[in-house]
Design a protein around this ligand. Structure first.
Ligand code: SF4
Length: 359
């Protein structure tokens, strides 16, 4: 006898087949069809598969599809397309967010949350100020993709775990999500279209390394390459300093042509001198191929500095290139809808904060 229904979107096709065999006296033969229905249309309607009423009832008692409620959506036109943010509500009433980012040439990336809030406390980040309310389950994270695709009608090719929360602080769920969304019977995303972003949870990087997903992308949020400044900006650095992070990244080379993403939020007056650029290069050199993404800071509701000017951004990028680093400037998208990097989370969510822990 099983009590709570199992969340369908937290499972791979094989896991659903096993669970159906275990939980259902009859009707488990349609598990693969049910799985396709869920993942290809975002709905769970066993009656549509011509099952007997008893089987339909058994399926409904043993399994459920719980998609988050869309609380509101906001969008903003940019040169490269439309940036959109959706505020979603979990079944227990907590709000979290996902964002559709235009990447140019009609391609779009979905930025998903892995937690409601975050306990990492990065100084420049709105979400960090909320503290952690709770981690999302694998099913809740996959449900973000289903809602985005089938409820909101967003078309995205890539997924990046860079929304609210530190994905590797919720590593069990993240690993399960990676298995689910790459399952060819379901969403069938290819690994190269998925990027995990981390502040530098070394245990999590190690876990990804042993996962054997060789084409998965990884990016780190660096923001400073000397321990004093990084510890000030990102408390995680006090326990996991740069030398340890660098060593973990040197071990993490899943394939010969792997390029590590290095995200650098440019904070005028804090991390934008030529010396800072040199330190970034020194940090990156032993790691192998990297791509530095310079992200101009978006002052949020409690800014720690101002936005950089065009000149400052170009000068800093020039210094990085002089050091031999490949650099991309991330266009700041969605500022007016608070959908830009470090801007997920809001005052109302912060009020609901119930738990802030340090790691
Ligand atoms: S930048 Fe990422 S890890 Fe840091 S507080 Fe914000 S959400 Fe958390």
């Amino acid at each position: 006898m099983h009590d709570a229904p199992l969340d369908l979107c937290g499972l791979t096709a094989a896991q659903l087949a096993d669970a159906a065999r275990e939980r259902l006296p009859v009707g488990h033969g349609v598990a693969r069809k049910i799985y396709k229905q869920v993942m290809h249309s975002g709905s769970f309607e066993p009656e549509a598969l011509g099952l007997r009423q008893t089987s339909v009832e058994a399926w409904r008692a043993a399994f459920r599809l719980q998609l988050p409620r869309v609380v509101r959506t906001l969008s903003e036109a940019a040169e490269t397309g439309m940036t959109a943010k959706a505020v979603l509500a979990t079944h227990d009433g907590l709000e979290y967010e996902c964002v559709l980012l235009p990447m140019g040439r009609g391609r779009q990336t979905l930025c998903v949350s892995s937690q409601v809030g975050c306990k990492m406390g990065c100084q420049f980040c709105e979400t960090g100020r909320m503290g952690l309310l709770r981690s999302l389950s694998a099913a809740e994270i996959v449900a973000e993709l289903l809602v985005a695709r089938y409820v909101l009608g967003w078309e995205f090719r890539n997924v990046v775990f860079m929304g609210m929360g530190e994905a590797l602080d919720n590593a069990d769920a993240l690993v399960q999500v990676l298995h689910v969304i790459t399952d060819p019977v379901g969403l069938g995303m290819s690994q190269e279209r998925i990027t995990v972003c981390t502040v530098g949870r070394i245990d999590g990087i190690e876990r990804l390394r042993t996962l054997g997903m060789k084409r998965l992308n990884l990016s780190i949020s660096l923001n400073a390459a000397n321990d004093t400044l990084r510890s000030e900006l990102m408390p995680v650095n006090r326990k996991l300093p740069l030398a340890q992070l660098q060593a973990a990244l040197m071990r993490y080379r899943p394939r010969a042509n792997f390029v590590l993403g290095v995200n650098y939020c440019l904070l005028p007056g804090k991390n934008d001198t030529q010396q800072h650029a040199r330190e970034v290069a020194e940090f990156c050199r032993p790691i192998g191929r990297v791509m530095v993404n310079v992200i101009p800071y978006n002052p949020g509701s409690l800014p720690i500095t101002r936005a950089a000017t065009e000149d400052e951004i170009e000068t800093f990028i020039g210094w990085l290139r002089d050091e031999g680093l490949p650099v991309r400037r991330r266009i700041t998208k969605g500022q007016s809808v608070m959908a830009a990097c470090g801007q997920l989370g809001n005052v109302e969510l912060r009020r609901k904060r119930s738990l802030t822990q340090s790691i």
